[in-house]
Design a protein around this ligand. Structure first.
Ligand SMILES: [Fe+2]
Ligand SMILES: [Fe+2]
Length: 198
């Protein structure tokens, strides 16, 4: 676990410079402090990563039903990606310049999850989607109340991601070890912190 402490420290330093990702414990959140465009850029990056994870996992899926399920979910992540891309543009800003890195990094992680076998791969989906729902719910707190369009997109994504998690559970997801869950949280934090800015 403490192998992760250096990364923890690095992220703590990074977060000091990025108000959007600061801990809720440290301060009261004022929605006005957050930039809608940057939040939607973060969500766009998340959807690139989600789609790439599913693509990677589908490569080694054994069961044809699991494979079909992964491809269907990837198509839904692609739709989310388009919603976020359009909204980011409407808000007058760019999508993350690190997009290819998010795609290929996540695709590689997806390959590894897929190689571990269908039940672990489904467990990985369940945990990913649970973490994504948590993340998106935090964005509902950060997005300005008047930004109804972004809030609607985030709400619609939450519904789909919760369904992805539930489907993976029904299909036989295994619970991942705590260390893996923690590593997933940290890598998501790297992506969200960097995408907010870049
Ligand atoms: Fe999604
Ligand atoms: Fe999803």
């Amino acid at each position: 676990m403490r192998n992760l402490s250096k990364l923890d420290q690095l992220l703590a330093n990074l977060n000091q410079k990025l108000p959007a990702e600061s801990s809720h414990k440290e301060r009261e959140v004022d929605a006005q402090e957050y930039d809608s465009g940057a939040l939607m850029r973060v969500n766009h990056s998340g959807e690139i990563a989600a789609q790439a994870l599913y693509h990677g996992q589908a490569v080694f899926a054994r069961n044809p039903e699991v494979k079909a399920h992964l491809k269907q979910a990837a198509a839904e992540e692609h739709a989310h990606l388009q919603w976020c891309e359009q909204r980011t543009s409407e808000l007058g800003t760019h999508v993350s310049r690190l997009g290819p890195f998010w795609y290929w990094g996540s695709y590689s992680i997806g390959l590894v999850a897929g190689m571990a076998g269908d039940h672990w791969s489904l467990g990985f989906i369940k945990e990913t989607e649970d973490q994504v729902v948590e993340h998106l719910q935090s964005h509902l707190e950060k997005l300005p109340a008047e930004d109804e369009r972004s809030r609607e997109i985030v709400n619609n994504m939450i519904k789909d991601e919760a369904r992805h998690a539930a489907d993976a559970e029904v299909a036989g997801a295994k619970e991942l070890p705590a260390l893996v869950k923690e590593a997933m949280r940290l890598s998501a934090k790297v992506m969200t912190s960097l995408s907010y800015k870049y």
